[in-house]
Design a protein around this ligand. Structure first.
Ligand SMILES: *Cc1c(COP(=O)(O)O)cnc(C)c1O
Length: 433
């Protein structure tokens, strides 16, 4: 553990001027991109505290996204678990159904100001692609989205959504034909078209300033929660002003950084990131970069990555496409090292059981990604007292995942004449007397 652990967290100031979070982050890019990255850094430095820019950002979040997203007390869940009060930050209620749009709006506003008429993006499950295509339609920007050809096949509704919104989707045939290959291809496009093109990265990864910039745009989640929690807790006669723990799932780490960052000075609040443990942390089939990875350089920054002894990126696995990434934002590697955040794993099966539980107990169909965070909240909540509380970042809605869930449950939801609810083996909700 690093001695900075003893640094007062209210003086947490990261990254440094060169984009480093301790030894992580930085900017590892080819010569051709150095200029584009410098230009972006300058533009962001100019606008990040500009009142007119911030006012427009706030306006867009309010009128186009529907912010602030509510904090919801999951009363039935809390009662059934018999432990801590569980609260959900409802990012699933945002326009386009997840937190991703917050960041995309901020970057598209920069693209407009920098005079770049063409936007490119990479996408895995298609959520970031849809959010980017949405904003490009709204701002009249050309939009090209790179997507692994395997993902194009698995996520056809999102591919069609992007096309409806006027975007061009480019299937990527290299490597494992998934997200990391799409990222490589988008970088290549950027090198060739730096003059007219803005690259909108979808998570807190990539070269500096992306990890900081995306975090800043997503921090609206945590800032709102800090305002909302005192009265939510007071309603339950809880004396504390803020939750005992904040829990979020971690793929690249943007929804987690968005809710964690404003909470860093609140030292009594534990920050817990949940990685996809897939078939188990020791199965080799997971996406737990922070818990089973090691330091290395991927996609322009130093961070924790899943690699073999030769530094080759290893295959990852998760039931949820949004968590299936072999790296993680560099700031998470730093928060883990200084001990300000903890990282745990939730398996595919645990996430699926939590998904069904939330559907039936609260009337909310969550994204499979968010189900990982909720699953850990259920585990931890049971060990806590009813006058304690947990805030879960419900990063997105689960409509996109119902096909996956049906397949995994062995159910055919079109052909059955009557359906009074699926039978779910092992779902915590089934244990009722
Ligand atoms: C993309 C996505 C994630 C994972 O991305 P992060 O950058 O780790 O937040 C999580 N939840 C949902 C709903 C997503 O769409």
């Amino acid at each position: 553990m690093h001695n900075l652990q003893r640094t007062r967290m209210n003086s947490y100031q990261q990254p440094d001027a060169s984009g480093h979070f301790g030894p992580y982050g930085g900017s590892f890019v080819s010569e051709t991109l150095t200029h584009a990255i410098a230009q972006l850094r300058e533009a962001y430095a100019r606008y990040q505290n500009d009142p007119e820019f911030l006012a427009e950002f706030e306006y867009e979040l309010k009128h186009f996204v529907g912010r602030p997203s509510p904090v919801y007390h999951a009363a039935r869940t809390s009662r059934e678990l018999g432990g801590a009060q569980i609260y959900l930050k409802r990012e699933d209620l945002n326009h386009t159904g997840a937190h991703k749009i917050n960041n995309v709006i901020g970057q598209a506003m920069l693209a407009k100001r920098m005079g770049k008429p063409r936007v490119i993006a990479e996408t895995g499950a298609g959520q970031h692609g849809v959010a980017t295509a949405t904003i490009c339609a709204r701002y009249g920007l050309e939009c090209v989205v790179y997507m692994g050809s395997e993902d194009v096949k698995r996520q056809s509704p999102n591919v069609f959504r992007m096309k409806l919104l006027g975007a061009t989707v480019v299937p990527v045939e290299s490597g494992s034909k998934t997200l990391k290959d799409a990222l490589n291809e988008a970088m290549r496009d950027w090198v060739a078209n730096v003059d007219n093109t803005f690259y909108i990265i979808g998570t807190v990864a990539g070269p500096h300033p992306y990890p900081m910039m995306v975090r800043d745009f997503q921090s609206v989640i945590g800032k709102e929660a800090i305002e909302q929690m005192p009265s939510m807790l007071a309603d339950q006669k809880i004396a504390a002003q803020q939750p005992d723990a904040v829990i979020a799932c971690v793929g690249g780490g943007s929804n987690a950084m968005g809710i964690f960052h404003p909470y860093i000075p609140f030292e009594k609040t534990r920050l817990i990131g949940v990685e996809a443990a897939g078939e188990g942390l020791d199965s080799g089939k997971h996406s737990a970069s922070l818990q089973r990875g090691s330091s290395g350089v991927l996609h322009g920054n130093r961070t924790f990555i899943l690699q073999d002894a030769n530094g080759q990126i290893t295959e990852t696995h998760s039931i949820s496409a949004g968590l299936d990434y072999p790296g993680v934002g560099p700031e998470h590697a730093w928060l883990q090292e200084i001990g300000r955040a903890e990282y745990v794993g939730i398996t595919d099966q645990e996430a699926l059981a939590a998904f069904h539980f939330l559907c039936r107990t609260e009337g909310i169909i969550p994204a499979l990604e968010s189900s990982h965070a909720f699953a850990y909240a259920m585990k931890l909540g049971k060990t806590m007292r009813p006058d304690q509380s947990i805030l879960v970042n419900l990063s997105g809605r689960g409509d996109k995942d119902i096909g996956t869930v049906a397949d995994l449950s062995g159910e055919d939801f079109y052909d059955r004449p009557s359906m009074r609810g699926l039978t779910v083996k092992g779902a915590p909700g089934d244990a009722k007397p």
